[in-house]
Write a protein that binds this ligand. Structure first.
Ligand SMILES: [Zn+2]
Length: 68
């Protein structure tokens, strides 16, 4: 029996969640916008896409210090 799991790809294909997904320009990690509203289809979404703050260059908090 095949279990239907919602993957990162599933969320990237869904325009309702895709618009809140952020990707770091350096490491390619995905995360979600800190302002993601509550009314999105978010089963597993918050687990798969932790809040990611990108700076003006599109870098996550881990990468930003490496590119000063
Ligand atoms: Zn990064």
């Amino acid at each position: 029996m095949k279990t239907e799991t919602k993957t990162q790809e599933w969320f990237l294909r869904d325009p309702r969640t895709r618009k809140w997904i952020r990707q770091c320009a350096a490491c390619g990690q995905y995360g979600r916008d800190p302002g993601t509203p509550d009314d999105i289809p978010k089963i597993n979404f918050e687990d798969m896409f932790p809040v990611m703050e990108l700076d003006v260059r599109g870098l996550c908090q881990i990468c930003a210090p490496r590119f000063k």
